[in-house]
Write a protein of this length. Structure first.
Length: 465
């Protein structure tokens, strides 16, 4: 197994003005003490009612029975609904909602009934965009926690992209706003993990606690048999697993990171804001399955918002798409969900699957409406498992995949998430095919002893003759 290398990751942060306090929140209750707010309360109430009515018309799920040999979708007339990117300053900057045509997708499903596990840095369950969206989880870093706090902000951003509340026009709305988040913390306050065994434990716990989709916005250069076995466990339990391909600025190699390159995982690379060009910082390769927006993303973080970029934030868009599919067809198998995502992706680059864009840009709306043949097995799990076939049992180190937004350097405000070294020594492992210094010393001593014995034997034989 390759020796882990030192990597560095950063966030580009831009403070975004917070939206008005939501009805029922602590901030709203504080505002009610102000006479001016009491005067304006009828206006706020009217605006809230309008938002709720709009959300109710654009988030109508359409459920169907178990799919036949070919899933044929009734082409219903779209419901009249407002575009989801209309709202306050935060909502207006969620350009990916328009690029992915999320408003159309919401005519058919909204993620209701689906639990998405976010194995990350934890999730701020008290963030206004995630209130009521976060289930009790697991903290594998701090035994006293349950995953509902986030010292980094990374997991909160990922979670809001998936399931940010859609009951008003303020803040971040998720692509699957009715899905639930199952938070599992594996990243420390430096946004890293030193042992992939912790991620493996998180995957198994997520499967055993009801996750139907698992998002892994993290990774590393080396593969891990322990994590590979955990992923196989998820596949056996009919769970869809999505992971980011990694960022070039946070890697010493150009290959797709693990676990994204594990056969059966949906490996997601990142696109520029135009939605057609690969982001210059995205790692990609033959293992890439699909792509999604990865730059100039405005996301939720504890106590506010920021602008970030990275394949970390492309992956949850695909996880949310999987949640929409499983919301519309609750009995659809994980292989069929994966097949529907890859068969309906918007082809980019060379025709068909290629090593840059995979099958192309994920298309939530088409994934919910196209006729797609049924498959019995995971279409991505057709090669030997790199976590088991070519490596030993020692787990590898890694980190969350995010990077600075160079286009925003002139307007960055606030503190950066600290850079980190993710190249700690692998417990019980080393570089595949290499020999340790201790082994060379032992060989040298044995050689000298053999030489002395040989000389003694020759002299003894000479003396006898």
């Amino acid at each position: 197994m390759a020796t882990p290398t030192s990597e560095r990751i950063e966030f580009a942060i831009v403070r975004v003005p917070p939206p008005p306090a939501r009805r029922g929140s602590a901030a709203y209750r504080r505002d009610r003490r102000c006479p001016l707010v009491r005067e304006l309360r009828p206006r706020f109430t009217a605006a809230a009612l309008i938002g709720l009515v709009a959300a109710g018309t654009c988030c109508t799920p359409a459920f169907a029975a178990a799919p036949p040999t070919v899933v044929r979708v009734a082409q219903t007339k779209p419901l009249a609904n407002p575009a989801p990117w209309v709202g306050d300053s935060v909502r207006a900057e969620q350009w990916h909602l328009k690029t992915l045509n999320v408003a159309e997708a919401w005519n058919y499903a909204n993620g209701a009934g689906v639990t998405v596990a976010v194995i990350d840095s934890g999730v701020d369950a008290d963030h206004v965009d995630l209130a009521g969206q976060v289930l009790p989880g697991l903290d594998l870093v701090d035994p006293k926690g349950n995953g509902d706090t986030d010292l980094v902000g990374h997991g909160t951003t990922v979670s809001a992209i998936i399931a940010g509340r859609g009951d008003d026009s303020a803040g971040v709305v998720g692509i699957a706003p009715k899905a639930k988040i199952l938070p599992i913390r594996v990243l420390d306050q430096e946004n890293r993990y030193d042992d992939a065994m912790i991620v493996a434990k998180g995957v198994r716990w997520a499967v055993d606690h009801g996750a139907r989709v698992i998002n892994l916005s993290l990774g590393g250069n080396g593969s891990s048999a322990a994590l590979g076995a955990a992923l196989d466990y998820a596949f056996a339990k009919d769970v869809v697993v999505v992971a980011c391909t990694g960022n070039a600025g946070a890697s010493t190699t150009s290959g797709v990171w693990y676990p994204a390159r594990e056969p059966g995982v949906i490996a997601v690379a990142g696109l520029e804001k135009d939605g057609t060009d690969l982001w210059s910082g995205s790692i990609t390769g033959k293992e890439t399955v699909v792509t999604a927006p990865a730059t100039q993303i405005v996301g939720a973080r504890p106590e506010g918002y920021w602008r970030v970029q990275g394949t970390s934030f492309a992956a949850p868009m695909v996880s949310a798409t999987a949640a929409l599919i499983r919301s519309r067809w609750p009995t659809m198998s994980a292989p069929e969900v994966i097949n529907r995502i890859i068969k309906t992706a918007k082809d980019l680059g060379a025709p068909g699957r290629d090593a840059t864009f995979g099958y192309g840009l994920v298309d939530p709306s088409k994934a919910l409406t196209a006729d797609v043949p049924v498959v019995a097995t995971n279409p991505l799990d057709n090669t030997p498992d790199p976590g088991i076939a070519r490596f030993g049992s020692a787990p590898a180190s890694g980190q969350a995949q995010s990077a600075p937004d160079s286009a925003l350097k002139g307007s960055i405000a606030g503190a950066h998430v600290p850079g980190s070294n993710a190249g700690a020594a692998v417990p019980g492992g080393g570089e595949s095919g290499s020999s340790s210094p201790r082994g060379w010393w032992a060989a040298g001593v044995l050689f000298l002893l053999s030489l002395l014995v040989g000389l003694f034997t020759v002299r003894r034989f000479a003396a006898l003759t």
